[in-house]
Write a protein that binds this ligand. Structure first.
Ligand SMILES: [Zn+2]
Ligand SMILES: [Zn+2]
Length: 135
């Protein structure tokens, strides 16, 4: 590979990762593309996707396949669950719940857990207030 190409690819990957790490909103690839493009106008959506997939395969980031919705991306790879608002689609982190006791699970079933996903669905505080105002 040409050196200039390799440098450009490294720069693109770094920028995609930095942009994802700058937010807690679990953004879509489209959102990341819009942000990254402000700093690197020549980048394409396909390149953003390719880098997200590479970073996911390397275990640096997590892909969140929320049921029936576009994939979201998470720079936090620590074991945690997600609350997904069925009203506005907001994704919030859920930390510190017991199902994240991987060692305990291993002792219990004798299997090596490699990853887990835990999703809660419902209404976020904003959507709850909106619903209360309407009723
Ligand atoms: Zn909501
Ligand atoms: Zn998360």
């Amino acid at each position: 590979m040409e050196r200039a190409t390799a440098t450009r690819q490294t720069r693109q990957r770094k920028l995609v990762l930095e942009t994802l790490r700058s937010t807690k909103s679990h953004p879509t690839a489209d959102w990341l593309f819009e942000k990254v493009r402000q700093q690197l106008p020549s980048i394409s959506l396909g390149t953003v996707y390719r880098n997200l997939n590479l970073l996911r395969d390397a275990g640096v980031i997590r892909e969140l396949r929320v049921h029936g919705r576009t994939a979201r991306w998470d720079a936090d790879t620590s074991p945690h669950g997600h609350f997904i608002c069925t009203g506005c689609g907001e994704v919030r982190d859920v930390m510190g719940l017991d199902p994240y006791d991987w060692q305990g699970l291993k002792d219990l079933v004798g299997c090596q857990v490699e990853f887990q996903r835990c999703e809660f669905y419902g209404l976020c505080p904003k959507c709850l207030r909106r619903r209360e105002r309407q009723s």
